[in-house]
Design a protein around this ligand. Structure first.
Ligand SMILES: Nc1ncnc2c1ncn2[C@@H]1O[C@H](COP(=O)(O)OP(=O)(O)OP(=O)(O)O)[C@@H](O)[C@H]1O
Length: 257
């Protein structure tokens, strides 16, 4: 078995008396979409925050390509190649698509125009933005200079996913990317997620939408009461099996025997 790209071992995080994650494990393999499902409060967000540097776990270990990493903040996780799109979309509505793609990573002009006057290399950013969007087949966004506030929810998500795919060199983490979307837009974002995987970036997808999970996930990590209780696949278990394990109505598979 090859080493997982990203692993969590026994991660724990407490908030006072509340145990948000309780010795949770996670394994993300190369080339896969790993869905993380669980009831409200199961610790999905906390787990993902730990993996993306937004939360420092009390104990446990995170391994990237088999090597221990200790992220103190989201920037360090991004620098290590883990790109996360949160539920609350971090897009800036007033800025255009290209600017959003490069938010926090603006490219300056070369020479004193860039270093002294901090001038942005707009044309380069536009060209790069267009290349990334085209690569991911987001054909509907013709005008890279269009303000993001004029885009639909699905198109905004597409920009956020494209951004994570453009900059994530090892892992892309998506927190409820289809939550607020209509059927058509949701499907488009699902296709985008497959494209990201097929281009070689493994994806962690947190979602409450079971049909979406079953449509795209290669494996499904079930989180319950702060820890991983099972890993199943859409082929091994039905949607109702998954929900039963998630809610505790059925025992996890290894205990079922
Ligand atoms: N900053 C915080 N302060 C206090 N308690 C927190 C904090 N963040 C999370 N918790 C608690 O930790 C537990 C796990 O929360 P978390 O958000 O990780 O779950 P979740 O599975 O993502 O839930 P949901 O599906 O509702 O988003 C919950 O009981 C929650 O109330």
């Amino acid at each position: 078995m090859t080493t997982p790209v990203l692993q969590a071992r026994g991660l724990t995080k407490r908030y006072g008396r509340v145990v948000a994650i309780d010795g949770s494990d996670l394994d993300l393999h190369a080339g896969e979409i790993l869905a993380v499902i669980g009831d409200n409060g199961a610790g999905k967000s906390s787990l993902i925050k730990a993996l993306s540097g937004a939360l420092i776990p009390d104990s446990g270990e995170i391994l990237l390509d088999g090597r221990p990493v200790h992220f103190r903040n989201p920037m360090q996780a991004r620098e290590a190649g883990i790109e996360t799109v949160y539920q609350t979309l971090a897009v800036a509505p007033g800025l255009d698509i290209a600017d959003n793609l490069f938010l926090g990573r603006e490219q300056r002009r070369t020479g004193p125009l860039g270093t002294v006057f901090r001038m942005l290399d707009k044309s380069h950013m536009r060209a790069e933005a267009r290349r990334h969007m085209t690569e991911l087949g987001i054909g509907t966004l013709q005008n890279i200079g269009q303000a993001v506030e004029s885009l639909s929810g699905g198109q905004r998500q597409a920009v956020a996913v494209a951004r994570s795919a453009a900059f994530g060199s090892k892992v892309v983490i998506l927190d409820e990317p289809t939550a607020a979307l209509g059927v058509k837009e949701g499907n488009r974002v699902l296709q985008l997620i497959r494209d990201v995987r097929d281009r070689g970036l493994p994806v962690i997808l947190i979602s409450h939408n079971m049909p979406h999970v079953y449509e795209v996930a290669d494996r499904i990590h079930i989180q319950r009461l702060g820890r991983r209780v099972a890993v199943i696949t859409p082929a091994s278990h039905s949607m109702s099996d998954a929900v039963a394990i998630m809610t505790g109505a059925a025992p996890p598979p290894d205990q079922a025997a």
